[in-house]
Write a protein that binds this ligand. Sequence first.
Ligand code: SAH
Length: 206
Amino acid sequence: MELVLALRRAGITDPDVVATMESVPREVFVPDAFQNKSYQDITLPIGHHQTLSQPAVVGLMTEALELDDRKKVLEIGTGSGYQTAILSPLCRRVYSIERHAPLLEEAEKRFENLRIRNVTTKVGDGTLGWDAQAPFERIIVTAAAADVPPILAEQLSLGGIMIVPIGLSDDFRTILKVIKTDHGLETEELRDVQFVPLIPEEATGT
Ligand code: SAH
């Protein structure tokens, strides 16, 4: 109920998105120490200095993707797998990339337990996209980038939508909705939020 109220407060009205968020058990994605906070509208730590996004932000980004069961979606930053689990019933297939192997292993166990079967994952640098599976009708980036990652824009279908948080400073981050048109990329700002940064491999060497 708390979750539904948070979604309503954030202006999320798409009934399919709201119903899916009600049906996916967030506590499955939350570490033991924070179980009692599973349904609060806050970000929660998932280890490796990463966070599980706030439900209102997950709802906002999911709604903005305008999904249906024909869409192939690329997700960057699997993390706990919570966002992936929300995308799964709303689209045809999700390809999800995570740079931390241990996080991805845990997420894959959760998909197995929840019988989520239309998700394909890999460990890697999501800023490089997933060439073998491109193009994608939808792309969602769940870590903040300095700008729209150019390779991801290339791997987006014409008419496709990419949702990506932009801005590398903690106090200045905004979710961009990018639409690929004949004339290039059209962008719209959705709202300011908190995100951990998107880290290309060459930046850290890890
Ligand atoms: N969507 C996740 C939360 C995202 S936290 C959830 O629902 O739990 C952001 C995630 O992006 C982290 O797991 C982080 O490791 C990952 N990440 C950051 N930079 C990345 C990159 N370049 N490629 C792939 N994953 C990346």
